[in-house]
Design a protein around this ligand. Structure first.
Ligand code: PEP
Ligand code: MN
Length: 361
């Protein structure tokens, strides 16, 4: 992964949804003012015109009239609009308004019939398609969707990693499952892969860390939700950044060096180490909470804390995957010893379920 074939170059910014002419205008105007302060240009101004809401009673987008607003901001500020299309009617309406950059949302991406219909509708239109990953973690489906647009002769294809809907993700709106984004990059190093940290995060507080992780893995751009007044947004209010916060974010990220100077090579590798360390630290914390649950079960059922057979299974599981290097084996042995001791200590210290809560330490 350290050998990134394409540099970072795309910024896609704009509101989750085009809500009103004044909202689209104010957002684009401020982005335009801030553009000279950014290290990369805003390639596309994104705005949902038809929104795939979980509940149809919620705001579902301003519809076709918003395509006129987008055309106006393109004229005034030079931003190329990018709109989500989920049906052939959406494609036709966009093409009739001169919009030729589309994104395929994560819900549409799960349905090969919809993808094929959209691919047939864009055939010959010279369209650029941003293909988001399907909401379900299915790499083959994501790759297959891309190929449908290639066979339809799309002028440009850009993949977008927006995270996956899994029950396991405790904190974020969608689980990043970086291994799937990385596998996409390995399978299609010829295509740009962007990250949409807004939909992975679901909350502005996590956007920066996700964007930085994506950059460290070598992503080629970011699609970020930007709204002139996020607090009053009609969809995805908690994850939208103001144009100024977006500009701060883009300026504060640490981009991968593209050169071959030793400091560039080191910076790339250090960024990758940083990602791996974050994963190790999250996994260790998760492991500890499982240990606590095991302790609770053992106490409740009067099972002894120490079960040597079980620990040997853990050790051999690690050893099976170990590097064939005696020094590494020694390190692993010491590390596992420490891990085991700490787990036992936690289990000793865990509260006795029979002790009333107010008497627990
Ligand atoms: C969006 O970008 O606003 C959107 C609906 O995206 P996704 O399909 O990734 O949820
Ligand atoms: Mn959104």
């Amino acid at each position: 992964m350290g050998n990134n074939s394409q540099p970072f170059r795309y910024l896609v910014a704009g509101p989750c949804a085009a809500e009103s002419e004044s909202q689209v205008y104010a957002t684009a105007q401020r982005l335009h003012e801030l553009a000279p302060t950014l290290p990369y240009p805003v390639a596309f101004f994104r705005a949902g015109v038809w929104k795939p809401r979980s509940n149809g009673a919620d705001f579902c987008g301003a519809g076709e009239q918003a395509l006129d607003w987008l055309r106006d901001i393109q004229r005034e500020f030079g931003f190329t609009p990018c709109v989500e299309v989920a049906t052939t009617q959406h494609v036709e309406a966009c093409l009739a308004h001169g919009v030729t950059v589309f994104w395929i949302g994560a819900r549409t991406s799960v349905n090969p019939f919809s993808i094929q219909a959209i691919a047939d509708a864009v055939r010959g239109a010279g369209a650029t398609i941003l293909v988001k990953n399907p909401a379900i973690p299915d790499l083959k489906l994501w790759l297959g969707n891309v190929e449908r647009f290639e066979r339809a002769g799309a002028a440009g294809i850009i993949a977008v990693h927006r995270g996956f809907a899994t029950a396991q993700e405790p904190q974020l709106r969608n689980a990043p499952l970086w291994e799937i984004a990385n596998a996409f990059k390995v399978a299609r190093p010829d295509l740009p892969l962007l990250c949409d940290p807004s939909h992975i995060a679901g909350d502005t507080q996590y956007i920066k860390q996700i964007a930085q992780t994506a950059i460290n893995y070598g992503c080629n751009g970011l699609m970020v939700e930007v709204h002139c007044d996020p607090a009053h947004a009609l969809s995805d209010a908690s994850q939208q950044l103001t144009p100024d916060a977006f500009a701060d974010l883009i300026r504060s990220l640490n981009y991968m060096a593209t050169g071959d100077a030793p400091e560039d090579l080191l910076r790339r590798e250090r960024n990758l180490i940083h990602n791996i360390d974050s994963q190790i630290s999250q996994l260790l914390a998760q492991r500890m909470s499982v240990v606590d649950e095991i302790a609770r079960i053992k106490r409740e059922h009067h099972i002894p804390l120490l079960q040597p057979g079980q620990w040997n299974n853990v050790v051999s599981h690690y050893q099976e995957q170990a590097l064939p290097d005696p020094e590494y084996a020694e390190f692993l042995h010491s590390f596992l010893e420490l891990l085991h001791q700490h787990s036992l200590k936690r289990q000793q210290a865990s509260p006795d379920p029979k002790t009333p809560k107010n008497q627990q330490p």
